[in-house]
Design a protein around this ligand. Structure first.
Ligand code: ZN
Length: 281
C-alpha cells in the first residue's frame, strides 16, 4: 500500500486522518485493511474493528458477545462476566471516568467543574462519587503504638446557617486518617473517634482544649494544647485547600451530609491524594 500518511477522509460521519503507515485510522477502534480507488479522489475503505482482549475491570480475557444496534461490538469478561465495549459514545461509560472524577475531586475541583472538564453531566458526577465512596473501606493498616492527634473542623451543610463539625483522628507518623465523624461536637460523636484511636494502643493522644475529651481519654495518655496538635491543624488547611466544599470565605459548601462524608472518604482512604494508585469502581 502506498504511503497515505496525513490523508483526511470521512468515515461513518467522523473526520479521520490516516497515520504515516496508512494502516491505522482514527477513531482508534478501527484499522484499515484496504483502500480501493473507485474514481479520481474517491476510495472505498475496507476497515476492521480493533478487538478488545482484556477486561477493563479485572484484566481477564474477554469474548465477543453480540453487537449493539449501531454495529458496535460488545464483549463479555470470562472472569467477572461484565459486558463492555472498547469505546463508548457517552464518555461517562468509559472505564477511566470514575478514576478521573476521584482525582479531580481531591484536586479542589467542584462537582460542576468536574462535569465541565470531563464532558459529563452533574448527576453522573454525583452518582459516581457516591459509588466510589461506597466501595471504599476504612483503612485497616494503621500502625499501632503511635502518637495520634484528634481535631474538629467546622463546615456547613445545606446552608450557611447550619454549621457542622468534622471530627477526625490522625496518625502523626504517616498522616493517615484513622476515623472521622460528621455532626455536632457531642460526646457520642467524639467517642466514636477516640475509641478508634484508643484501640491502637497509643503512646500519646493529642487534642485541643475541648472539655469533653477529658472524660473520653485516660489522663496519662492525654496531651492538650497547640504545640501537640500542630500537625493536624496544618492538615486542616490542606483539607480546605484540596476539597472545594471546605474552602473558607467562598460560596462553596456541601448540600448534603451524605456527599460531604463521601468526599471525605475518597480523600482519606481512596489513595488518590497520595498518588499511590487510583480507585477501581
Ligand atoms: Zn472482568
Amino acid at each position: 500500500m502506498k504511503n497515505l500518511g496525513g490523508k483526511r477522509l470521512t468515515f461513518r460521519g467522523k473526520k479521520i486522518e490516516l497515520k504515516k503507515n496508512g494502516l491505522v485510522i482514527w477513531p482508534a477502534r478501527f484499522y484499515l485493511i484496504a483502500l480501493q480507488p473507485v474514481k479520481r479522489g474517491f476510495y472505498n475503505l475496507h476497515v476492521s474493528e480493533c478487538q478488545m482482549k482484556r477486561c477493563n475491570y479485572c484484566s481477564q480475557a474477554v469474548v465477543k458477545a453480540g453487537q449493539r444496534k449501531d454495529g458496535t461490538q460488545k464483549y463479555q469478561c470470562k472472569g467477572c462476566k461484565k459486558y463492555q465495549q472498547k469505546e463508548y459514545q457517552y464518555r461517562a461509560c468509559e472505564y477511566s471516568v470514575s478514576q478521573k472524577v476521584a482525582s479531580l475531586l481531591v484536586e479542589g475541583v467542584g462537582i460542576r467543574g468536574i462535569a465541565r472538564v470531563l464532558g459529563i453531566s452533574v448527576t453522573t458526577v454525583i452518582e459516581r462519587i457516591k459509588r466510589i465512596a461506597m466501595s471504599i473501606r476504612k483503612s485497616c493498616s494503621n500502625g499501632k503504638n503511635g502518637v495520634y492527634e484528634i481535631d474538629e473542623l467546622w463546615t456547613y451543610v445545606g446552608s450557611k446557617r447550619s454549621e457542622l463539625w468534622i471530627t477526625y483522628s490522625f496518625d502523626r507518623r504517616n498522616k493517615a486518617v484513622i476515623d472521622f465523624t460528621v455532626g455536632a461536637r457531642t460526646k457520642e460523636n467524639l467517642d466514636t473517634v477516640t475509641k478508634g484511636v484508643l484501640a491502637l494502643n497509643p503512646v500519646k493522644v493529642c487534642t485541643d482544649g475541648l472539655p469533653i475529651y477529658r472524660n473520653l481519654i485516660p489522663k496519662c495518655l492525654h496531651h492538650v494544647g497547640l504545640p501537640n496538635t500542630r500537625h493536624i491543624e496544618r492538615f486542616n488547611l490542606t483539607l480546605r485547600m484540596h476539597l472545594k466544599r471546605l474552602a473558607r470565605k467562598t460560596i462553596c459548601f456541601s448540600r448534603s451530609k451524605e456527599m460531604l462524608e463521601a468526599c471525605l472518604k475518597i480523600y482519606f482512604w481512596s489513595g488518590v491524594e497520595k498518588r499511590s494508585g487510583l480507585v477501581q469502581v
